[in-house]
Design a protein around this ligand. Sequence first.
Ligand SMILES: Cc1cc2nc3c(=O)[nH]c(=O)nc-3n(C[C@H](O)[C@H](O)[C@H](O)COP(=O)(O)OP(=O)(O)OC[C@H]3O[C@@H](n4cnc5c(N)ncnc54)[C@H](O)[C@@H]3O)c2cc1C
Length: 317
Amino acid sequence: MHIAEMLENKKRPLVSVEITPPEKGHSVRGVFDTVEQLLPFEPSFVTVTYHQQRIAYQEVGAGLVRRVPRRKNPGTVGICASIANRYKVETMPHIICGGFDRYETEDALIDLHYLGFSNLFVIRGDPAPGMKEFVPEPEGHRFAAEMVAQITAMNRGRYLEELDNAVATDFCIGVAGYPEKHYEAPNPTADLEHLKSKVDQGAGYIITQMVFSAEVFGGFVARARGIGIDVPIIPGIKPITSTRQLTSVPREFHVDLPDELVERITGAKSRREAYRAGVDVTTRLCRDLLDQGVPGLHFFTMGRGRSTADVLGRIAR
Ligand SMILES: Cc1cc2nc3c(=O)[nH]c(=O)nc-3n(C[C@H](O)[C@H](O)[C@H](O)COP(=O)(O)OP(=O)(O)OC[C@H]3O[C@@H](n4cnc5c(N)ncnc54)[C@H](O)[C@@H]3O)c2cc1C
């Protein structure tokens, strides 16, 4: 079922979960463990991230080098298919612009259509590992909005080349929003305009970068509505439960952590106390967001389901 349809027909806010594929060579069992830990909370859908490859150059003698593509976390589509098969849960692959030209993207979309996927989460992707900036492929998409436009065209039966009686795909598209602004955008207004262009091109809902304040999220939704973004906006939730995450999360995701969370975790006398403080603060955040009337809560598990399960268990009480 299309996620936009689930959002429209929901009786209560949806719970959804983001999974990251294991590093190459590791077992997929950890992914299944995470999903099994969260199944009791009846997630409406599970999304699986996609990561750009790193290009390494290997000397092969005689002054020649060989281009070696390396992907650290392959397996997005396989993991989606196996979760859907095993647990009968709607799954959605993330699909990125980076590393693909629009012809390769079209082929990938055809594969996903044949496989029966009807939901896609479309993002530009982070810069390739080791790169400071995002560099599109020649003939690739520079921005997520361009890929949304390509998918919307395919949903109308329009492919990159003219085809007679071409079959239309049927993808529902989700895109990313940034309550604290995307780090490359010159200001929040420009970033919101860019978000609106993704919706104008055909995105049916938005999942945001992790938020840590219901007030910040509420302000973002109000500004989005103010410029005519009328699709559902689901907040992204990341339980922070250790002192290490207090620096790694802001560095990696360009987000601010509230004073209370930082003080409670740094003031904790043990790892267990820090964990409890993180679950406590996240639970309160989720309750505040639910009181605001959010259409769902989307949890970034990053390979671990326990803190998400603990938060969901407490919300349910
Ligand atoms: C819920 C969620 C899931 C994610 N999953 C993944 C994942 O699986 N894999 C991964 O690699 N990354 C993932 N990301 C991270 C994301 O790829 C990065 O944040 C990336 O830097 C931006 O992606 P985007 O789709 O938001 O880009 P875009 O919407 O293309 O925006 C990128 C930047 O360009 C600006 N911009 C957009 N259009 C224009 C324009 N026409 N002119 C000038 N500037 C413009 C925007 O304001 C923004 O600053 C995820 C992010 C979120 C919030």
